[in-house]
Design a protein around this ligand. Structure first.
Ligand SMILES: [Zn+2]
Length: 382
């Protein structure tokens, strides 16, 4: 990975001193030295943003991951197979132009389309026939960035959902209700009861991924659900609890949706990720915003983590001595759920600390990355 992309600073201090600064209740244990070889991972939930920024954003992901499921919440959203094809061509061009060493398997963008009240069965058929679309993303209207086109009532999508199940497409779900009278910290748990369970009852064959789970309730629900229900888990939700949002002042770069939760929920999500269950897999939800849009009176939700995704997960897994479970979570479970071949190429994580830059280029502006200006103890060897 070239300096222009990662701009990392390799720090040669001993591992014991490379321990990442404690910011919440999380303890990151630092073993001696070592490396970890795993099958090239896939990121099953990433935001790459609009075409003018792809050249800066895509290489962070394509340098490390074989596949990435690209979210469709652009303005306007990606709603059809044709739009997905055009967007994907730009993403693939950015990946090729990026710096990933051409050592083997090329990067493959997988596309998710934006489900709306007006998604028809014909549109689903076109998506399934395209060969590049893995499914649809359900955003409850108003749930997160650019979700104003989202679904107002899941009942309006029932025909489309049944067609998706019939044709083998997967539904990716942003699992939060959006009623103003529901506390923001309770919205995920409420969504399971009010929306997800009825949805699964109406389309029992549909494969559904509850995206970026953040609560004990979601972890328990997915673990107990039938095999057609899985979940992605982000690095931030297993590394930090909600104290991180308020430590010493308001911290906009820890703000994402669903928002960070209490420590018991972080622990439950980390336990799920490291449980060995095939239902849980890697999805960073890396979501870059311009610095000014985050550091604002009304800051955007989203954490940019693509620059350090795999090392961040390694930190979390190491904190509970579960590095032996990382390969299944990062490289096997998602591929199995999406019924695509597991990757055969390998990547190596080494215990070599590096300093995250304060910023990366982001089109005509900059993005502040997760852990900006701090050391991360694991490095992906290129
Ligand atoms: Zn997302």
């Amino acid at each position: 990975m070239p300096a222009s992309i990662v701009a990392r600073v390799v720090v040669t201090r001993a591992c014991a001193r490379a321990r990442v600064r404690r910011r919440t209740a999380v303890t990151t244990r630092c073993s001696s030295s070592g490396s970890l070889v795993l099958a090239r991972p896939d990121d099953w939930h990433v935001h790459l943003r609009d075409p003018s920024r792809l050249a800066d954003v895509v290489p962070h992901t394509s340098n490390v991951f074989k596949r990435a499921l690209v979210m469709p919440n652009l303005t306007p959203p990606i709603r059809t197979a044709k739009e997905a094809k055009e967007y994907r061509d730009l993403i693939q061009a950015a990946a090729t132009a990026g710096a990933r060493e051409a050592s083997g398997e090329p990067f493959e963008a997988q596309m998710s389309l934006y489900l709306t009240d007006n998604t028809t069965e014909g549109m689903v058929e076109e998506a399934a026939a395209s060969g590049i679309v893995r499914g649809y993303k359900l955003y409850p209207a108003g749930a997160t960035t650019n979700s104003e086109f989202g679904v107002t009532d899941v009942k309006k999508t029932e025909k489309a959902l049944r067609k998706m199940a019939e044709l083998g497409l997967t539904l990716q779900v942003h699992g939060e209700v959006t009623h103003a009278d529901v506390d923001v910290f309770d919205r995920e748990a409420k969504f399971i009861k009010e929306v997800l369970i009825p949805l699964l009852d109406s389309a029992p064959e549909l494969r559904v991924v509850m995206e970026h789970i953040t609560t004990r309730q979601a972890a328990e629900f997915v673990a107990a659900a039938p095999d057609n229900v899985g979940a992605t888990i982000t690095p931030q939700h297993i590394l930090f609890n909600r104290n991180a949002l308020f430590k010493g002042g308001l911290r906009p770069h820890f703000y994402c949706l669903p928002v960070l939760k209490r420590e018991e929920h972080r622990e439950a999500c980390l336990a799920a990720a490291t449980s060995g269950s095939k239902k849980f897999f890697l999805g960073t939800d890396s979501a870059p915003h311009p610095r000014g849009a985050k550091e604002s009176a009304c800051g955007c939700a989203g954490i940019f983590s693509a620059h350090a995704a795999l090392p961040l997960y390694a930190m979390a897994f190491e904190s509970v001595s579960a590095l032996d479970k990382l390969e299944a979570f990062a490289s096997h479970n998602g591929a199995d759920f999406y019924r695509v071949p597991r990757n055969t190429e390998k990547v190596t994580l080494v215990k070599k600390p590096w300093m995250v830059p304060n910023e990366y280029n982001f089109g005509d502006t900059i993005v502040v990355p997760f852990y900006a200006g701090e050391e991360i103890p694991w490095t992906v060897e290129m």
